[in-house]
Ligand binder design. Structure first.
Ligand SMILES: Cc1ncc(COP(=O)(O)O)c(C=O)c1O
Length: 423
């Protein structure tokens, strides 16, 4: 039997269910059936159907509670349905929802000023912001900005992930993502990540930009050697290339500071951000400083939604709560707590815990991370497996030690069951 999704919907303002959601889509099975029939299969089959969230928990359509240790892939920094975000967003959308970039709004300008100050804390150079709706688009804007230098060559890194649009894909390394869509925008070379000498060997006066993640999230929370970013900065300065740091995953407090690069004392020319910025509201930003700030002149780029006041107010609310509640320090403390607790299990399947703040990878000694992640889901914990041997933990920054401990207590059994299945 197929679910009739075209059933008549009462759209009158008096209806208590104007979108018709309370109709046929009330069970997980019905939603998954509808999904299979109406969405592209880009993401495969969803593992669960979630209908409600609060703090670090989400509930599925059957009322089962899950501890969200992935936060929508490092997005829900303040957890779900945070009251400050709710009140900011509902206040803004009930006042003014959208005007386009023909016009300006106070929320957009206020958020731009906050992000510019993150990228340039000393205010020595003036930073400028281009707003987008995602990390991919922030990188797309940055890519176009680099072309305005008059040079075209870009150096990216092996294992890099920067998004899936044609431009972002051109600087993303994974051949599986790239191959079906070639030819991609050219003049991109890849050097081994974390190897400053390899970067030096490739860098010369023809290079427009070097693009780097402070640590590689999608590649399995790969942390480069200390001083790598600083060396990249020096090398870029010596050749006139722009240093473009992709902080889409690492930024906004995820690694225990506003920006991982700034925490290392490195000032990039271009910083791209998204994910945690809107706590789930789609927003991204390409922030440029110094000479890079004026490389995209009027008419050179655009976006209908970018900097939308509702998305911008969500960003302002996130920044305000992170500041008010001391969540940068909390993220550092909780990250250390988790790493120590998992390491302390001395489980034979755990090789190490790496990462920074609340962006952590539990590295396994066997390629069973997907099975562990599935077992975790069955046990009510959301994590994921960016690589066959790495589990990613990226919970809301408000996660408590007790919540992390509940996962650590369950972990040995999850690891054992995955190992048994693999055997
Ligand atoms: C470092 C990095 N850059 C860019 C992106 C793409 O961002 P989005 O999915 O918001 O387009 C991601 C997403 O995982 C990312 O981790």
């Amino acid at each position: 039997m197929t679910t009739d999704l075209s059933a008549e919907t009462d759209l009158s303002p008096a209806s208590s269910d104007p979108t018709g959601l309370a109709g046929p889509l009330t069970t997980s099975a019905a939603v998954l059936q509808g999904y299979a029939g109406s969405l592209m299969q880009t993401f495969g089959t969803p593992k669960r159907v979630f209908v409600r969230g609060e703090g670090c928990y989400v509930w599925d359509a059957e009322g089962r509670r899950h501890l969200d240790l992935l936060a929508g892939i490092a997005v829900n920094a303040l957890g779900h349905t945070h009251p400050t975000v709710l009140s900011a967003v509902t206040g803004q959308i009930s006042t003014l929802g959208h005007v386009s970039n023909f016009f300006a709004t106070p929320a957009q300008v206020a958020l731009a000023a906050r992000l510019a100050a993150m990228v340039e804390p000393e205010g020595a150079d003036e930073a400028r912001v281009f707003f987008t709706n995602s990390g991919t688009e922030a990188n797309e804007a940055a890519f176009k900005l680099t072309r305005m230098t008059g040079r075209t060559k870009i150096i990216s890194t092996e294992g890099a992930f920067h998004g899936r649009s044609m431009g972002a894909l051109a600087i993303t390394h994974n051949p599986k993502y790239r191959a079906p869509f070639e030819p991609l925008p050219g003049d991109v070379v890849f050097v081994p990540y974390g190897d400053a000498d390899a970067l030096a060997a490739e860098l010369d006066e023809t290079v427009a930009a070097v693009v780097l993640e402070p640590l590689q999230g999608e590649n399995g929370i790969v942390v480069p050697p200390a001083g790598y970013l600083a060396r990249a900065r020096e090398l870029c300065d010596a050749t006139g290339a722009l240093l473009w740091v992709d902080e889409v995953q690492t930024g906004m407090g995820r690694t225990g500071s506003w920006l991982a690069s700034v925490a290392e004392g490195v000032r990039a020319d271009v910083v791209t951000m998204a994910k945690g910025l809107g706590n789930g509201f789609p927003i991204g930003a390409c922030v440029a400083r110094g000479r890079a700030a004026s490389l995209l002149p009027a008419g050179s780029h655009g976006s209908t939604f970018g900097g939308n006041p509702v998305a911008a107010i969500a960003g302002l609310a996130v920044i305000a709560v992170i500041e008010r509640d001391g969540l940068l320090a909390h993220a550092r403390e909780m990250g250390e707590h988790l790493a120590a607790a998992v390491t302390g299990l001395h489980h034979p399947l755990v090789a190490e815990v790496r990462g920074r703040g609340l962006l952590r990878g539990i590295v396994l000694t066997a390629p069973v991370a997907a099975a562990v992640s599935d077992a975790a889901l069955d046990a009510g914990f959301i994590v994921n497996a960016p690589r066959p041997d790495v589990l990613r933990i990226a919970p809301p920054l408000v996660v408590t030690a007790a919540q992390l401990d509940s996962f650590v207590a369950a972990l040995p059994a999850l690891l054992d069951s995955a190992q048994e299945h693999a055997a």
